[in-house]
Design a binder for this molecule. Structure first.
Ligand SMILES: Nc1ncnc2c1ncn2[C@@H]1O[C@H](COP(=O)(O)OP(=O)(O)OP(=O)(O)O)[C@@H](O)[C@H]1O
Ligand SMILES: [Mg+2]
Length: 235
């Protein structure tokens, strides 16, 4: 087996890649594919999910006869629960990445929490979230998958595991673009086919590969990852 490669740029090793973006932009699909492609290229990588639990709370709410998670916990309660659960997930992810020294391909990151807070109109919670999340370093590479909210809506509906309103998807799209970290994100057009998006991501990640391995990691030829209906939490 080829010797494990370290991924570096300007002398820095790539420890973590975060995929962020609105629901239905393809984060989970692409994060799985990127981790697989890095491993196939001899760069040890793990797919790691930084879920906030919103989808899980949604299912719980329906089981308890409420329309959605917000009706169960209230807007502020849900934002608090999501902020705490995502904080724990990110802490576990970064710890695991440090212990294994494998590239962490992260499905969501702290920025998703700030965007969620803005999109749900709970702006005062952002101060709290930024205070407790500030111990998390910015990933070496943050990929913002941008997609037309109408396309994201169609994808979520055909996935069939949850539901989002166009109003929320538009607000989330605006929220990501309004973050002060936005200029540090690498924006990836995620409107294309999974293969086209994977190629764009592969090209970005390839910049971190050593000179001799500058070819983008080859993305496996496989259909988009289906998120199982029984997945415990939204990522
Ligand atoms: N480029 C694409 N074109 C068409 N369909 C896609 C594409 N990428 C992913 N899909 C499909 O769209 C749905 C949403 O993709 P995915 O679950 O990866 O998005 P996500 O950003 O992780 O969403 P969420 O934030 O809700 O977890 C899935 O059913 C997936 O198979
Ligand atoms: Mg997902």
């Amino acid at each position: 087996m080829a010797r494990a490669q370290r991924v570096r740029r300007r002398g820095r090793r790539l420890r973590a890649v975060a995929l962020i973006g609105i629901d239905g932009s393809g984060k989970t699909t692409q994060a799985h594919q990127l981790a697989d492609a890095l491993n196939a290229a001899g760069v040890p990588a793990n797919y790691l999910r930084n879920a906030g639990g919103r989808r899980w709370f949604g299912r719980l709410a329906r089981r308890l006869g409420r329309a959605d998670a917000q009706r169960l916990l209230g807007r502020n309660g849900l934002l608090l629960a999501e902020s705490v659960l995502r904080w724990l997930a990110i802490a576990r992810t970064l710890l695991r990445a440090a212990l294994t020294r494998r590239v962490a391909v992260m499905d969501r990151y702290a920025y998703c929490q700030y965007a969620s807070i803005r999109a749900h109109g709970g702006r005062r919670w952002e101060t709290f979230a930024r205070l407790v999340y500030r111990i998390f370093p910015p990933p070496g590479l943050t990929l913002l998958l941008t997609v037309d909210p109408a396309e994201a809506y169609r994808r979520i509906e055909s996935r069939g595991t949850d539901h989002e309103t166009m109003e929320y998807l538009n607000a989330a799209d605006t929220a990501y673009r309004s973050l002060h970290e936005y200029p540090t994100f690498v924006v990836v057009d995620a409107n294309g086919t999974p293969e086209q998006v994977a190629a764009a991501i592969g090209a970005e990640v390839a910049r971190w590969l050593p000179e001799s391995r500058r070819r983008a990691p080859k993305m496996p030829d496989q259909p988009p990852v289906k998120v199982p209906a029984a997945a415990p939490a939204r990522t």
